[in-house]
Design a protein around this ligand. Sequence first.
Ligand code: AMP
Ligand code: MG
Length: 640
Amino acid sequence: MITLFTSRNQDENVMFNNLIKKFNVPYILCNRLSDKCMLELKNETETKSFSYESFSALTYTEMENILGYKMISMKEAENIVFNSINSLNEKALPISEIKPGLVLSRDIFSDVNNPSFRTSMRDGYGWNTNWKQTTLKIKDSIYAETEKTETFSEGETCYITTGGKVPDEFNTIIMIENVEEKVEQNSVIINIKPQKPSFIRQIGSDMKEGELLLKKNSILSPYSIGLLLSARIKEIYVYDKPTVSIFSTGNELIPYFNYEDKGIVDINSPIIYNRLEGISYIETASILKDNLEDIIDALNEVESDVIISSGGASVGEHDFIKSALLTCGYTIHFCKINMMPGKPFTFATKENKFFFSLPGNPVASSVLTELFIVPFIKKLSGYNQYKNKMIKATIDFDANINESDPRPDYQRVILLNNRIKSTGNQASSTVKSMCDGNALICVDRKIKRNEIVDVIVLNENNLYDDRLKIGVLTASDRASKGIYEDLSGKKIMEFLKEQYPDNSIDIVYTVLPDEIEDIKKLLKQLCEEGCSLILTTGGSGPSIRDVTTLATLQIIDKELPGFGELMRSESLKVVPTAILSGQTAGIKYTNNKGTLIINLPGSPRSIYECLTAVWKAVPYCIELMSWEWIQTKDCWKPKK
Ligand code: AMP
Ligand code: MG
């Protein structure tokens, strides 16, 4: 807040006024106290006086520093934001209104025993294991809805369905499968006598009256709602979700329902709306002009618990949010954080209202929404675990900070199978990076490919849908009959596990006899099932039963002869008979993705030498056939 002491000199007053407007700082006009024209800037701890000259020489940053608006770290900002919540609102809710996602504000205890009567677990006949008689007269039928029943003495029984109330005289149910029904005599004979009482659910065996069902702070799920209903709970206490208002600010903005108009389509308020729907009650989402009066009016009108604005957050000529906040009596806790994208980020409070001012660039506002606003709203809604989940994963690219602006950079990344890839262009206007990414990493130093880094998980869907599937096929008449153990297939799998130590692959392993049609059928099936790679062993030699290479050549779309050439030349170093091998490799395409099929020799000893020779090219080939890039222990990829 600025106190401007009026001067006798009108010109100076006008000049001060203009400067203050330029900085967008609200001010109070006071009567002058001294002869000298003065201007005071006050923050919580100090007051600084300026002459016109010294004031006009201030930069925006100096001005902000004087007002106490220092750039703070992410950690400090998190502490301020998350510790600003002092209390949560609780409300009673009738059972008809409960929904998954609500958080319980009190423990819930069962009002009833469940089941409330001894219940049959099978369709069968009632009996008592203390009885001798096994031929029983049928006296009654009890269904799940039957309330009143007969009384029974030894030698009498009744038919009881699953869920039916079991009369006290019986301590077991004999399943219908274990009795012989004598229709004419209206009786049954027990064929198998039970060893001990069975198939009766006792009163309260699922839940007892007074038993703790759900703990305070549990998040309701469809199943916990089922549990509450079965306990006949009529009313529960939950934390009330906060109400939210969302404003996009900018003279250039048009709403999406006026697409035809000139301007930039407002996407921030729809993004934030959709992100917060379900975890809050959204009262308004609209566009405001870059106009101090309009923003002040909007702030004075809204009654929501949480108010979020985007745009106009920085120090530009049209950035009025901070001025409006101060004018409306908000306390600004910080307005700059040391990160990107999104340095100009303001958090302000007034009584029980919380205000977040986000930058206008959609990625900046989205990243800050994920890092601050969603967790904040979850905390307000009673979530114990409100912060984003953090995991460790291996980075698949080199990441670096901007040397001329070394703020920690929250880059959007794709997390898959514990590996992270970049989403490409990281400009704060490129919304695609938010769509493609499901996680963030904080790049605050040079990070080298293959380092393990902390990952902030934003979207837990689709994290593990992309495991690489690899087929391993041993073609051997003798191994398939079990005459000897398939050591070659085992060696291939050992090699693969060394290449993918983090278990990011699924291996489909098969042993077949040397029958060309069977081998072709299996190869095609593996391609269709989504194998990116198939490694075969056996059947590449000159004998009449060696048909694996033939089968491969008959089903592939494209041969890659380099594999065979390299493997033969490697094997030739060991045995002169290597030239007898016809082994090759090729690609079969299914749904625009390729499967690389490589024939390896049959002998277990040659598996490693051949695979090691060709492997470096395999991961890159897999990527070129439209699969995800997965780094392996040994691999090579040309630099882009
Ligand atoms: P500002 O933070 O207001 O300076 O805006 C920075 C950039 O983000 C400008 O290019 C704006 O046009 C753009 N922008 C601001 N608000 C929005 C919005 N709600 N939707 C789309 N783009 C926006
Ligand atoms: Mg703007």
